[in-house]
Design a protein around this ligand. Structure first.
Ligand code: SF4
Length: 457
């Protein structure tokens, strides 16, 4: 073994059930061990910013509670009885049977169980998500595959609606800020003259799912997640897709994204430029104010480390370098990016307005603790560098007195609420969060214990 994994930053495949939980009134029914969803919840649920299911709390999801006896004899019949009871007691628009490791090893036929409920008042789908097959991002992709294969393909053929666009790329729950990000994105796309279709979150649900085949195009906003789904939707429904590699944060990337999208979708150029101008006006008004304070006592360290998912690393790096004049030192990407995407993502990370773009390290690793080890090799104490990552990295930041903002799962045992770092406003929120942490450390009201260290650097 050449690499020792520590600090869980992805869940196992059964965490794909959280993608079902993100669809309003879609209920997963687990055919797995009693603690399986709880395990994923450590990264995706409560400890990722105090999140739970959109319609059903993740702590009460029905499960067959697969146990040791079932590993010998199976528990198909118990699953059958559970589905019957769920149909009776839950008011859901869709049921989704989810098999974990135990039931997959013993070979329970969840397809057959789901088939017994076909043609009923509510769709009953199934997905095999054993943890030995992959992580929660793999599980997420399987859930979307299932929605296409077992549900969307069987709907009557839909007319394509001009301007309709499905929003893909944001992985619900794994992206700690997904809810507010999607809300904000929806507003942005509407302002540009599009008709966005988001399937996750408040007021969406199965009705939004049904609209997927009507889209004029799919928008994938991520370095790699959901690209496979967009390709599949292209094969199945002939829907083309527009891939933009990151969620834009700040004026440079937001303007770049808006112009690229406007060119792709032949949008009204004036609307696009008006959107950019208004966003920039507001952003720079507040930034000018912030800069007066920043240039006083608590200056932002110019260098930073990131230990996060590829999506957050790319969005943040572009913002911090292009708009905030900072320089990355090392970037650790911990969400097990498939080999085929690594070179392209490395190129996207280096495509920033910095003379040092070729000098910083980019590491794809499953070992979340590696960042701490690397930081420990150099004397990065207060005002020398910032750190952006997960709640695990908060420990490193506290120990080394580095300004810190959590940006990736697991975010920590705090309420995210409607926070997002997307666009112009999101960039201001990020600056606010960074400044808050810096000032707490300067004043000793946070976790800096050794003020003499802060004063000395
Ligand atoms: S790895 Fe398997 S047994 Fe463990 S939590 Fe995931 S699905 Fe359950």
């Amino acid at each position: 073994m050449t690499e020792c994994s520590e600090q869980q930053r992805v869940a196992c495949a059964i965490g794909g059930a959280y993608t079902v939980l993100a669809i309003e009134r879609a209920l997963p029914i687990l055919h797995s061990g009693p603690g399986c969803l709880q395990n994923s919840g450590g990264v995706l649920g409560r400890f990722n910013g105090g999140q739970s299911g959109v319609s059903y709390p993740d702590s009460i999801i029905p499960s067959t509670n697969f146990c040791d006896k079932d590993v010998v004899f199976g528990a198909e019949d118990r699953l059958r009885r559970l589905v019957k009871k769920c149909l009776e007691y839950y008011r859901a628009d869709m049921f989704f049977l989810v098999a974990g490791c135990g039931s997959e090893i013993v070979g329970d036929d969840i397809e057959e169980v789901a088939a017994e409920f076909a043609g009923g008042p509510v769709p009953v789908l199934y997905a095999r998500l054993p943890g030995f097959k992959g992580n929660n991002l793999w599980g997420h992709a399987q859930v979307l595959n299932v929605l296409i294969d077992q549900y969307l393909k069987h709907l009557p053929r839909a007319e394509v609606k001009p301007g309709r666009v499905n929003v893909l790329g944001v992985v619900p729950y794994f992206d700690s800020f997904w809810m507010a990000t999607l809300e904000e994105l929806e507003k942005m796309l509407r302002a540009l003259g599009l008709d966005p279709n988001v399937i996750y979150g408040r007021g969406k649900g199965v009705e939004a799912l049904k609209k997927i085949p009507e889209a004029a195009f799919n928008l994938v906003l991520s370095p790699w997640t959901d690209l496979d789904t967009a390709e599949k939707l292209q094969d199945v429904f002939g829907t083309p897709y527009f891939h933009y590699p990151c969620l834009p944060i700040g004026p440079t990337e937001t303007a770049k994204f808006v112009r690229a999208l406007a060119a792709y979708a032949a949008l009204d150029q004036k609307k696009a430029e008006d959107y950019i101008r208004e966003g920039e006006d507001r952003y720079y008004f507040y930034v000018k104010n912030a800069v007066k304070v920043y240039s006083g006592g608590a200056q932002t360290p110019k260098r930073f480390f990131i230990n996060s998912s590829a999506a957050q690393a790319l969005s943040l790096t572009r913002f911090l370098v292009n708009d905030w004049g900072m320089t990355p030192l090392k970037i650790f990407i911990t969400d097990d990016v498939p080999e085929v995407h690594k070179e392209r993502i490395t190129g996207e990370l280096r495509a920033v307005e910095s003379a040092d773009a070729l000098n910083f390290d980019i590491r794809f690793t499953r070992d979340g603790g590696l960042c701490d080890v690397e930081i420990g090799k150099e004397a990065f104490t207060f005002r020398k560098a910032c750190l952006f990552g997960t709640c695990w990295d908060q420990l490193t930041a506290n120990n080394r007195q580095l300004p810190f903002v959590p940006v990736s799962a697991p975010y920590g045992d705090a309420m995210i609420g409607d926070t997002t770092y997307l666009g112009y406003n999101g960039a201001l929120v990020f600056i606010r969060d960074l400044y808050r942490d810096m000032t707490q450390k300067v004043l000793g009201s946070g976790i800096v214990a050794r003020l003499e260290d802060a004063a000395g650097h």
